[in-house]
Design a protein around this ligand. Structure first.
Ligand SMILES: [Zn+2]
Ligand SMILES: [Zn+2]
Length: 274
């Protein structure tokens, strides 16, 4: 059965996307989706990367402007697709209070908690992996994820659990769940005990990597430990990438033992058969 919902999508309201909201929605409709949730970036105190003109303000979300446009678009397409208002919130230990305040001031229907910054560095940039093994760098990434989700639980799914591997110098040639089993299990157990889910993020798949984030072994382990909530997300930053590689991801998720996936309404999961 086709996956009907893309729950990780960016538009021009995110600092790294120019996509007009209507183009994103029309792409989703043309691909047969019934549900789409915008999850614009909000990363408070993002590190500065002057080579890309990135400042600490680049990923600050203007939620008021975003919501105003969202409501217009939602109404415009209401007979064709159900649209939802979400956010991808960057987690860092020193911005807990700002993140809490931001969520209390806004009424998002779905919150992805994402570990983009690890000890003040984004693994997107090569310096994160410099002068050490990929395994050590990934271990630091997972440690920082665990710290974040132990400190903060006002989110619905954890975004792209092993995000950093997308940018590893060898793209994780010898990377596996087994290398990081203990720390990943701690993360998965924390998610389950907090009632949280996983974002099955297909961006790596359509960037030429063999697995989504997280990969099949992590998904299998999540299921084994009792995890039930997963959402599918293309992490599209342009309209054409909406639901890209969802068929491949659905096969992987089924093979990992899941029989359903979720959409979210008002921060609550609703299950659909896979
Ligand atoms: Zn992200
Ligand atoms: Zn994203």
């Amino acid at each position: 059965m086709q996956i009907l919902a893309d729950y990780h999508v960016h538009s021009h309201h995110s600092g790294d996307s120019d996509a007009p909201m209507n183009e994103v929605v029309e792409s989703a409709i043309s691909k047969g989706l019934k549900f789409l949730c915008f999850t614009e970036h909000m990363d408070i105190d993002y590190p500065e990367y002057p080579q890309d003109n990135i400042t600490k303000n680049t990923f600050l979300l203007d939620a008021k402007t975003y919501k105003n446009e969202f409501l217009k678009i939602k109404d415009k397409y209401k007979d064709q697709i159900e649209l939802h208002y979400g956010v991808e919130l960057g987690l860092q230990p020193h911005v807990l209070e700002e993140n809490k305040a931001f969520l209390s001031e806004n009424d998002f229907e779905f919150v992805i908690g994402s570990n983009h910054i690890c000890n003040r560095k984004d693994p997107y940039y090569p310096e994160f992996f410099m002068d050490r093994s990929e395994q050590d760098a990934m271990n630091e990434f997972f440690e920082s994820t665990l710290e974040n989700i132990r400190l903060f639980n006002n989110y619905d799914v954890l975004g792209h659990l092993d995000y950093a591997i997308r940018y590893a110098p060898t793209k994780g040639a010898d990377y596996s769940y087994d290398q990081h089993r203990d720390i990943i299990d701690e993360i998965l157990k924390q998610l389950i005990s907090d009632g949280k889910g996983l974002d099955v993020n297909t961006k790596a798949l359509y960037s030429g990597m063999p697995q989504p984030n997280p990969d099949i072994n992590m998904l299998k382990r999540f299921r084994e430990l009792g995890g039930e909530i997963i959402t599918f997300g293309s992490d599209a930053h342009k309209a054409a990438d909406i639901s890209n590689k969802f068929d491949t991801a659905a096969d992987i998720v089924r093979a990992a033992g899941f029989t359903s996936y979720c959409i979210f309404k008002d921060r609550k999961p609703v299950f659909y058969n896979l």
